[in-house]
Write a protein of this length. Structure first.
Length: 532
């Protein structure tokens, strides 16, 4: 029986939606592929008792999309829409040069930065994420499919927002797609708290996405060009062209709005948020929206950060200068980076790390002695570190990794459910309770071990096809044997009854139950991906 393919597109001329939807019926199987025009997209396959029912299901899907404005199209005629980049003019600082200890040339303008006790990470517009230690030694390099917008952390996990519309978990050896953002959303910034993702976009919108990749809510904001979103246990703080707005993370209800200059960057501490603005100032706001302090700079503020508790406030402007203020708003110093304007920054252990318009990750000695010496014209010799001559290949984030280490984890089983396929925990593994605390409901953090207590499923792949996910169904490559473990990409399951063990990849510490975790057997991991 021949395949029947229907291909639809929705492209709005005002820069809104630009996405496709394809339905293929092959005998009793219906495969749906969807995503941004020009991308491979995501794939989901369903099977039916006969061809008639498969065609009926396809007709229903197609009808739903047509009613939303999709129309028949030819693949490849419309081209991929260009991704929004921050277009700025960075000038050279007239201030004395900061005490830069070392700087790493990433090769392209860089927005993403993350620093902890062991490592420093930089992500650039080529999609390359480089990890170094604090002495500038290269530790690791990976490459995502598109440019890196930002790097954020949630407890033990680190994520990168990518221009391809996905959010990748960087906690393991290989990046895994953890969240898929709706194709019509042009991501400007994101933040995550306890598994709930906040996303701000080019149109000034704000979205909250839960740990199962489902939209909690989405709404337009008060302005446009939303370069700030910060999340905590109570709210999402959204910075845009008209100021900063607080929203209830559960419902999207507006809690407050405070007008400022156009917000270009945001930071938060426990009791305050900080908005860097195009009106040459950083504004500190209480988390009820009341403005507390203003830190005045000499040019538009592209980035800001604080020392612990807001003891010091740092800012980076469009003229390649960086500033330090005390809590009361007094400017303590202003120095030049010597390597471009700071797109993002982070303070850690008496050092200020910045990523710049010129593509550098620079480590600046922010100790009082070093700053005083720099103001007097004495700075250390900079250690220049160059990127490897050849960029890494794009990470195979749809691949699965096999190992025989099965010493920890929670035994779960792939099952059919009314709402789709998922996993349920085994009483054997949970002491008969059937409950366990698990990290965010995505197999991007899961390690799966096929238990010797069940036959190895016939359809488990070592590598998933491009645009699909590794899972229990429709795969023909060789399967892991009993006792082998796979680290899987986001899964698409078929209720095959396979038993496997899951645990937290990249961290041996279990995550506490909360809004970003689930108690099995409540559908972890989920079978479908949102955003179609």
């Amino acid at each position: 029986m021949s395949q029947e393919t229907t291909y639809l597109e929705l492209s709005e001329v005002d820069g809104g939606a630009h996405k496709f939807y394809e339905v293929v019926v092959d005998d009793t199987a219906m495969t749906v592929r969807y995503g941004r025009i020009g991308d491979q997209g995501q794939v989901k396959t369903s099977t039916y008792p006969d061809n008639t029912r498969a065609r009926a299901a396809a007709a229903k899907k197609i009808g739903e999309k047509v009613r939303k404005g999709y129309a028949p199209a030819v693949p490849g005629v419309r081209q991929k829409r260009t991704v929004s980049r921050r277009q700025i003019v960075s000038t050279r600082s007239t201030a004395r040069t900061a005490p830069v200890l070392w700087r790493y040339a990433s090769g392209a303008p860089a927005f993403g930065i993350f620093v902890d006790d062991r490592h420093c990470m930089v992500g650039n517009e080529h999609g390359v994420i480089t990890t170094l230690d604090h002495d500038a030694r290269l530790v690791n390099q990976v490459r995502l499919p598109d440019g890196v917008k930002c790097i954020v952390a949630d407890d033990a996990w680190v994520y990168a927002g990518c221009d391809d519309g996905n959010v990748y978990d960087l906690s393991g050896k290989v990046p895994r797609a953890a969240y898929a953002i709706a194709p019509e959303i042009d991501i400007y910034w994101l933040d995550i708290h306890d598994g709930v993702l906040g996303v701000s976009d080019r149109d000034g919108g704000i979205s909250a996405i839960d740990h199962e990749d489902e939209f909690l809510w989405r709404r337009p904001g008060r302005g446009r060009s939303a370069w700030m979103v910060r999340c905590d246990a109570d709210a999402l703080y959204h910075g845009h062209s008209q100021g900063v707005t607080g929203y209830d993370w559960r419902t999207g209800r507006e809690l407050w709005h405070t007008g400022t200059g156009a917000v270009l960057f945001g930071w938060q501490e426990r009791d305050a948020v900080f908005a860097g603005t195009g009106t040459r100032e950083v504004v500190r706001l209480r988390k009820d929206g009341r403005a507390e302090q203003v830190y005045r700079c000499d040019a538009a503020v592209f980035s800001c950060a604080t020392a612990e508790g807001g003891r010091y406030v740092f800012a980076g402007d469009s003229a390649s200068s960086i500033y330090c203020f005390d809590q009361a708003g007094n400017r303590l110093w202003k120095l030049g980076t010597g390597c471009g304007s700071a797109y993002s920054m982070q303070y850690h252990d008496n050092r200020l790390y910045v990523v710049t318009t010129s593509g550098y990750l620079a480590c600046i000695d922010a100790s009082e002695a070093a700053i005083r010496a720099a103001e007097a014209g004495s700075v250390p010799d900079v250690v220049d570190v160059k990127a490897p001559a050849r960029m890494p290949e794009t990470a195979a984030w749809t691949s699965v990794e096999v190992t025989t280490d099965d010493r920890d984890g929670v035994l779960v089983q792939c099952v059919e459910r009314a709402a789709g396929c998922g996993c349920t925990s085994s009483p054997t593994a949970t002491g008969g309770t059937g409950r366990c605390s698990s990290p965010r409901a995505s197999a991007s953090r899961a390690r799966a071990t096929w238990s010797p207590r069940s036959a190895s499923p016939a359809g488990v792949a070592s590598t998933a096809r491009t645009g699909t996910s590794a899972g229990c169904a429709d795969r023909r490559p060789a399967s892991p044997g009993p006792g082998q473990r796979i680290v899987a990409a986001p899964v698409r399951m078929s209720g095959c009854g396979a038993t496997f063990l899951t645990g937290c990849a990249g961290s041996s510490r279990p995550r506490p139950a909360g809004r970003g975790s689930r108690s099995c057997p409540a559908g972890w991991p989920t079978a479908s991906r949102g955003g179609s």
